[in-house]
Write a protein that binds this ligand. Structure first.
Ligand code: ADP
Ligand code: MG
Length: 339
């Protein structure tokens, strides 16, 4: 026998899981993004012990058809792309078909889903990648996904987890971004029984900003709206007297997807120029729309980083737009709001 062997599927799945499922917040991200892709208008997340003990995501989306529930846990099984060509035209948050098998490989998973309003659906239980139950079950339309004892079979990974507070911080941070990205969806997040986030889902970003950062912050926001040949920009940036000690209050969305991009943040900071005190940062929600061919989202397993094909033009557009927004909108201390 030679030295090289093909890994059995079970181990291969655990390794792939390492990339997709880094911590509890990655599970929440993958599940909630699936709920968004399914067209849900209400998405409720319940977690316990920072998500390490229990994560449940329920939605009122399209549901998964009976015949698809088992397939959904196969590697590279997706309903979102059909050919390589589609990779350049991605409009959904997911597309790799890796999340469900990866999550199921490192936790105890229960899926209850129905694609019909008949009250009937399917229930699947998988532990550590092994399917234990697959049966018809009572279910309302939509999906309920429960993940218990994350990393129960990968102790090395479990040991690496930070405190419950830290894991919860990652989860709520993600939920903030998603709620800002989808003001038309009502989100809630409950941790150990207490309600941490509740958005209305009425489509008003400013209301989401108020729900997350407080009413005073929402009042200090300046609306942004601009269009160029390639880009459409909408959102809010804080007037310079509302600042924060770090960049976490800057949310950038590209075609509805929350991303991190230094180019965008730097263009924003250049627009503020000397208006910000040193080491202070604005609060902002920028929603950029562009043709999917202008942005490559297939560069990072968590899909958090993207590459723009016209980097310099985009930076220029942002800086000019935001500088224009800020110009003349600076409140003079004691003088009250500008007209
Ligand atoms: P991807 O999102 O990349 O397609 P996933 O592994 O996350 O891959 O999900 C596999 C498939 O399962 C999805 O393509 C979708 O068809 C189905 N699915 C998963 N979650 C949901 C959900 N909440 N509602 C409806 N369908 C879902
Ligand atoms: Mg997915």
């Amino acid at each position: 026998m030679g030295l090289i062997q093909v890994l059995d599927e079970h181990i291969a799945n655990q390794i792939a899981a390492g990339e997709v499922v880094e911590r509890p917040s990655s599970v929440v991200k993958e599940l909630v993004e699936n709920s968004v892709d399914a067209g849900s208008t209400v998405i409720d997340v319940t977690i316990e012990e920072g998500g390490l003990a229990f994560i449940r995501v329920s939605d009122n989306g399209s549901g998964i058809g009976k015949e698809d529930c088992e397939t959904a846990f196969e590697r590279h099984a997706t309903s979102k792309i059909a050919s390589g060509k589609d990779l350049f035209q991605i409009r959904t948050l997911g597309f790799r078909g890796e999340a469900l098998p990866s999550i199921a490989a490192v936790s105890k998973v229960e899926l209850i889903s129905s694609a019909a309003s008949s009250g009937l659906g399917r229930r699947i239980v998988i532990e550590g990648g092994k399917r234990l139950i697959s049966e018809d079950a009572a279910a309302s339309k939509g999906t309920e996904f429960t993940v218990r004892e994350l990393f129960f079979n990968t102790p090395a990974r479990l040991k690496y987890m930070k405190t419950i507070q830290t894991e919860l911080g990652h989860i709520s941070d993600f939920m903030y971004r998603l709620a800002l990205a989808h003001p038309g969806i009502s989100f809630s997040l409950k941790h150990n029984g207490s309600l941490l986030i509740q958005t209305l889902g009425n489509g008003d970003v400013l209301q989401v900003i108020a729900a997350i950062y407080g009413k005073a912050a929402a009042k200090a926001m300046l609306p942004v709206e601009a269009e160029s040949l390639d880009y459409q920009l909408k959102g809010y940036i804080s007037s310079p007297e509302l600042t924060r000690s770090n960049r976490n209050g800057i949310t950038t969305l590209v075609n509805g997807r929350y991303i991190k991009n230094y180019g965008i943040v730097n263009a924003m900071l250049r627009a503020y120029h000397t208006l910000l005190p040193i080491n202070r940062y604005p609060l902002a929600v920028l929603d950029l729309q562009m043709h999917p061919t202008l942005v490559d989202v297939n560069v990072h397993p968590a899909k958090l980083e993207v590459r723009f094909s016209k980097d310099a033009e985009l930076s220029e557009f942002l800086e000019q737009t935001l500088a224009r927004t800020l110009k003349g909108k600076v409140l003079i201390p004691g003088a009250g709001p500008a007209p």
